[in-house]
Design a protein around this ligand. Structure first.
Ligand SMILES: NC(=O)C1=CN([C@@H]2O[C@H](COP(=O)(O)OP(=O)(O)OC[C@H]3O[C@@H](n4cnc5c(N)ncnc54)[C@H](OP(=O)(O)O)[C@@H]3O)[C@@H](O)[C@H]2O)C=CC1
Ligand SMILES: O=C([O-])CC(=O)C(=O)O
Length: 267
């Protein structure tokens, strides 16, 4: 591959996801893509494998930005990234629960927006099934350690119930439109399922806190006129940030591998 076709990648967010993604890119583990810069809130020092730059400079240096920072970054910068001609790979899919923002991102360009499958599987098949017509029922049940689900909006009664739980406790049920807003760092998967089935309101989501959840579990169940589907995953959480499953940066790297255009990828 000539150097002119190598994707110049910037990583926004140097946390559980961004560090693994950025390190793999810097080590040349993704054919056709290289790390050119990092954007993060905190000074990263000498140990960072690429230059830390302000967001505006990243737009000039990169042709692909990986968002691994949070929904706020997608809201604040998504459109500018795409309008500058830079592609955007989004991890914080929950930002798309805002229809208005989703519409603007899909219409923006010339950069293109992509979403990683992240912590859930089966999205390719759900998208294929959905192309034959709407699904009748879609359910996601996410089970995590209670501490990873605590939120500033929770009242003392709910926090106490979560902290003292000896078994699974349902802490919210709603749709993929409602839930990722309430758990912005923990339930992006709900929005990802909704992106695949094309409807935020059809996806019913249950969030469960379980002190025994040493694995983060996501169960997707769907049915429609052409079949029934069930996908269940149980991930080891990232040790530094147990709200995020360890596999997520590797899902981002898989997406990057596909975007960098090498053959042999399962798309
Ligand atoms: N699609 C999926 O399946 C999943 C998606 N996610 C999404 O990915 C995001 C990142 O996850 P993870 O790596 O675990 O999170 P971390 O908290 O480990 O890392 C995020 C990093 O981004 C930085 N950051 C946040 N906002 C900004 C900003 N405006 N400008 C620059 N840097 C910023 C944070 O700094 P600071 O701490 O100082 O704010 C932190 O260093 C999550 O918030 C979530 O939205 C996560 C898991 C699964
Ligand atoms: O990593 C996970 O298992 C899921 C997650 O945090 C999210 O969807 O935001």
């Amino acid at each position: 591959m000539s150097s002119s076709t190598v994707r110049k990648v910037g990583v926004v967010g140097w946390g559980a996801i961004g560090r693994v993604v950025g390190t793999a890119l810097a080590e040349g583990r993704i054919a056709g893509a290289e790390l050119v810069c990092i954007v993060d809130n905190r000074p990263l020092g000498e140990a960072a494998p690429a230059r830390q730059v302000p967001f505006e400079e990243a737009l000039e240096l990169c042709d692909l930005i990986v968002e691994a920072a949070g929904q706020g970054v997608v809201r604040e910068w998504g459109e500018r990234i795409l309008d500058s001609g830079t592609d955007l790979l989004v991890a914080s899919t929950g930002a798309l629960t805002d229809d208005e923002l989703g519409g603007r991102l899909l219409a923006a360009g010339p950069g293109r927006v992509y979403f990683t499958g992240g912590a859930v599987g089966g999205l390719d098949l759900l998208q294929a099934a959905r192309s034959m017509g709407p699904l009748d029922e879609v359910r996601l049940t996410t089970t995590k350690l209670p501490a990873t689900l605590e939120q500033p909006w929770m009242d003392e009664e709910l926090l106490t119930r979560m902290r003292n739980a000896t078994g699974p406790v349902e802490i919210m049920s709603g749709t993929a439109r409602d839930v990722p807003v309430k758990f912005p760092k923990s339930t992006n998967v709900a929005a990802s399922v909704a992106l695949a089935v094309g409807d935020l309101d059809t996806v019913r989501v249950q969030v469960v806190a379980d002190p025994a959840a040493d694995r983060t579990r996501h169960v997707v169940e769907a049915s429609g006129p052409h079949g029934a589907y069930r996908f269940e995953v149980a991930h080891r959480p990232d040790p530094g940030n147990p709200a995020t499953s360890q596999v997520v940066p590797h899902a981002v790297l898989r997406s990057l591998g596909a975007l960098a255009g090498r053959t042999g990828q399962i798309l």
